[in-house]
Design a protein around this ligand. Sequence first.
Ligand SMILES: [Zn+2]
Length: 221
Amino acid sequence: MGDGKRTYVVLLGVPGAGKGTQARLLEEKLKLPQISTGDIFRYNLKNQTELGVLAKSYMDQGALVPDEVTIRMVEDRLAQPDCAAGAIMDGFPRNLVQAKAFDTMVAPYGGVRVAPLISLDDEEAVRRITGRRVCRTCGAVYHVDFNPSEVAGKCDLDGGELYQRDDDKPETVRHRLYVYYKQTAPLIGYYYAKSILVELDGAQPIESVYEQLVALVDKSS
Ligand SMILES: [Zn+2]
């Protein structure tokens, strides 16, 4: 580095499009940490940081954690030494307020480099998510269509019971899609207007999407 530039990649796409999977693959390849709000929240809650305690006070009331709290958590995370070359963002920013705050945050380092949109048909997204099954014993993840266990309902590794997480139930998935279209989809236009949006076909195999993402980040560097 040294020129003050950092590589910030913002992954966009409906729930189920594979952002998390791709973020983990890219993390390894690009040597940039993947940053997901889920991880950041868990860290702050577990370590009872000032922001974690603040976030919990909202969650305990069943309220949404305000953007400013989430934004400060991300800011703290990006100040860690492992983020010195940039980061791959998965699930943040998730609305325009967060996107604008993020722009301000990363402006001194050259701004957001590229915002890949992994596009996927809604019905396919629903099928991908609702088909997931998780082992109660070891946490292994299966899919009823794409990666079934040998014996239905039982883990191949330990025979543990496979269940569907609440987050993956059809009604929850519909709601997650609704929230996505209402809050996050406006970011597509936002990054398009900045000429850093690139759309990829998320229906392709994971490996193909991954290769295109790597090429995209390389090209933008
Ligand atoms: Zn298991």
